[in-house]
Design a protein around this ligand. Structure first.
Ligand SMILES: [Zn+2]
Length: 279
């Protein structure tokens, strides 16, 4: 009997425009907005996934949905899963229950139209911007359930200061009756939780250490990792002013990130959250 040595990983993308960040906005110049690298970044990501027969979940913001419906169609036509990120790229605490529901309803309709109803409102996943779901913003959960979402993937299960829930479960669980939570992966070493599963952690860690974390998680549950199309594209404009540490974290090693991402694609079987979890 042959055994496939490659673990299956849930691959996710938080699909926002590079300029969708509150702290970035005061530092963005007109020149930077003249050329939007988003379509090219997405084309490269989708081509790479095709090349390595990988599938993924794309959590997309409302801004992207409004501006690039043809890219949503391409994502759906390529057999990937589409979910909602945001819907606007703001922290959940900036929403009221009414405005949150309105934006979700608006985006669900736009996604349905963009994908010729390939993606409908009865099976969507959700991820908050900035992993901003916590005890104070869990009022969104009954709204998600009422709107037909089947799962949420907004919990970062450790306290990172600006985001994260320290005592959250590491594996999938029912967060409210009828709604599944699929937390992003963190590794556990000697009882300590360690972030590694995407974004700056992926760009910062040598690939062999990233893979070591993936394997350590895969022993007990499916690893869930996340990327942003703009951090895999070195042509994305970089702001030159603003908080130094934030800029350092945002742009660290974006020059080599796509090559590293492609190497990773060659190492595992990648699929969407929906397929892996039968949701
Ligand atoms: Zn985001």
């Amino acid at each position: 009997m042959s055994v496939n040595p490659k673990p299956t990983i849930a691959l996710t993308f938080d699909v926002e425009l590079w300029s969708e960040g509150a702290w970035l906005k005061p530092h963005i110049t007109e020149d930077m907005l003249a050329h939007d690298p988003f379509p090219k970044s997405m084309e490269r990501v989708l081509n790479a996934l095709k090349k390595y027969s990988a599938h993924a979940t794309f959590f997309v913001t409302l801004d992207v949905t409004e501006k690039y419906p043809h890219i949503l169609k391409q994502i759906a036509d390529d057999g990937h899963e589409i979910g909602i990120h945001g819907p606007r790229h703001i922290r959940l605490s900036e929403y009221t229950p009414e405005t949150f529901k309105q934006d979700c309803e608006k985006q669900i309709t736009l996604i349905e139209t963009a994908t010729d109803a390939k993606v409908k409102n009865n099976n969507l996943g959700f991820r908050a911007a900035h992993f901003s779901l916590d005890k104070k913003t869990e009022w969104i959960l009954p709204i998600l359930k009422d709107l037909g979402f089947t799962y949420d993937s907004s919990i970062f299960p450790m306290n990172m200061g600006e985001y994260g829930v320290a005592d959250a479960q590491l594996d999938r669980y029912e967060i409210i009756p009828g709604l599944t939570e699929i937390p992003t992966s963190v590794a556990t070493i000697f009882g300590f939780r360690i972030p590694f599963a995407g974004g700056i952690y992926f760009r910062f860690l040598p690939l062999f250490i990233f893979k070591w974390f993936v394997h350590s998680v895969a022993k007990t549950r499916t690893p869930i990792i996340y990327f942003h199309p703009h951090e895999l594209d070195s042509s994305t404009p970089q702001i030159k002013s603003g908080p130094y540490i934030r800029r350092l974290l945002k742009y660290w090693n974006t020059k080599n990130s796509f090559k590293k991402f492609e190497k990773l694609l060659n190492c595992y079987i990648f699929d969407s959250i929906k397929h892996i979890n039968h949701l």
